[in-house]
Design a protein around this ligand. Structure first.
Ligand code: PLP
Length: 358
């Protein structure tokens, strides 16, 4: 199979040595060996994210945490910030579960601000607020730390759920500093692993809330997941331990690099990409709120991104078109997450310049 360097916002490049870890022999998921593997992973996650919150790894992609939020955390009514396609999915998941949800909508490309959240919260009784950290469709990074502080100051009982699918593990974050009750991600983004696992950090209050909410299901039951770990230090259902072999190895690499250094590397790539984009076109997100893991660029020159990708493929690269009907062709996206560094981004942009003769 051909190998394109994936500058799309996930899945992103996974190192051969990381991929190779998946070929180790399987083990019983109720064995001591598995417990050692899994508790090791949980400890490494808590160390990397500097947290005393609970950590869990599920065999699913990140979206499962939208269902978990809907079925475990929302008691009656949630407020969901909607600033793009993925935050829209969260709102829909909550309403599909039969719970009430109001959306706090901002124009796509704009960020959700703490003042707007507080204004919305004053209008009704909400038990949950859901916000996306890094809206992968628009390339906006919402100020979730400020939002979390604002919510908890006035409404300490509201649960704060943050989708950090495309930023966690790249963008520095500590749940306690952001006041999150659930913070979740998928492995195929900044963790630079294959898709198939979701990672979440959750507060004790989130489990306490879940205990009061009926209809949590089985696979999506946070209480079941939590209690099983306390009792057995394992997952309630059979996990993909092959991916966990890769995850435990990758977490060692991430810890060796350091969360802050990893953040700085992503910031460098983002700044370089932004400067490049602003030379020829412009960034789609409102200034000051650009993601450091994916750059969404307004396609003001109406370039054909499909054609660009055909040319890039000849050189072994791939970028992403805009996400969904609303942003396709109007924008395109360069994912610079996970393993990539500034030199890799420079090479990619050099090739684009050459193809576009600019
Ligand atoms: C912000 C955000 N949320 C949720 C998802 C869905 O993640 P998954 O495909 O791992 O379920 C994505 C995927 O790109 C995303 O970027």
């Amino acid at each position: 199979m051909s190998h394109n360097r994936l500058f799309i916002p996930g899945p992103t490049e996974a190192l051969p040595e990381v991929l190779a870890k998946q070929t180790d022999y399987l083990i019983g998921h109720r064995s001591k060996d598995f417990t050692a593997l899994y508790t090791g992973i949980i400890g490494k996650l808590q160390e990397y994210f500097e947290t005393e919150q609970h950590a869990t790894v599920l065999t699913s992609s990140g979206t499962i945490w939208m269902d978990i939020t809907a079925r475990n955390i929302v008691q009656k009514k949630a407020l969901a910030g909607v600033c793009g396609a993925f935050s829209q999915r969260m709102a829909k998941t909550i309403s599909d579960s039969g719970k009430e949800v109001d959306t706090l909508d901002v124009e796509w490309g704009q960020a959700i601000k703490p003042e707007a959240v507080l204004e919305a919260l004053a209008k009704d009784d909400y038990d949950t607020v859901a916000i996306v950290h890094n809206e992968t469709s628009t390339g906006v990074r919402n100020p979730v730390g400020d939002i979390g502080a604002a919510i908890k100051k006035e409404y300490p009982d509201i649960m704060f759920v943050v989708d950090a699918v495309s930023s966690m593990g790249g963008n520095y974050m500590v749940p306690e500093k952001m006041n999150t009750d659930i913070l979740f991600a998928s492995t195929q983004k900044c963790f630079a692993l294959p898709p198939g696992l979701s990672i979440a950090l959750y507060s004790e209050e989130a489990v306490e809330r879940a205990r009061t909410v009926p209809g949590r299901g089985f696979y999506t039951d946070l209480v079941g997941i939590h209690d099983y770990y306390l009792k057995k230090q394992q997952n309630p259902t059979t996990p993909n331990m092959s991916l966990m072999y890769a995850l435990t190895y990758q977490l060692d690499r991430m810890l060796a690099e350091g969360a802050k250094a990893r953040h700085d590397r992503h910031e460098q790539m983002a700044q370089y990409t932004r400067a490049w984009a602003n030379r020829y076109m412009e960034m789609f997100p409102e200034p000051g709120y650009e993601s450091i893991t994916v750059s969404t660029i307004a396609n003001t020159q109406e370039k054909n991104i499909g054609d660009l990708n055909k040319e890039l493929a000849k050189k072994g690269y791939q970028i992403a078109n805009g996400y969904g009907a609303k942003l396709k062709e109007k924008t395109f996206r360069i994912g610079h997450m996970g393993e990539w560094n500034l030199d890799d981004v420079k090479s990619l942009l050099w090739h684009i310049d050459e193809i576009w003769e600019q």
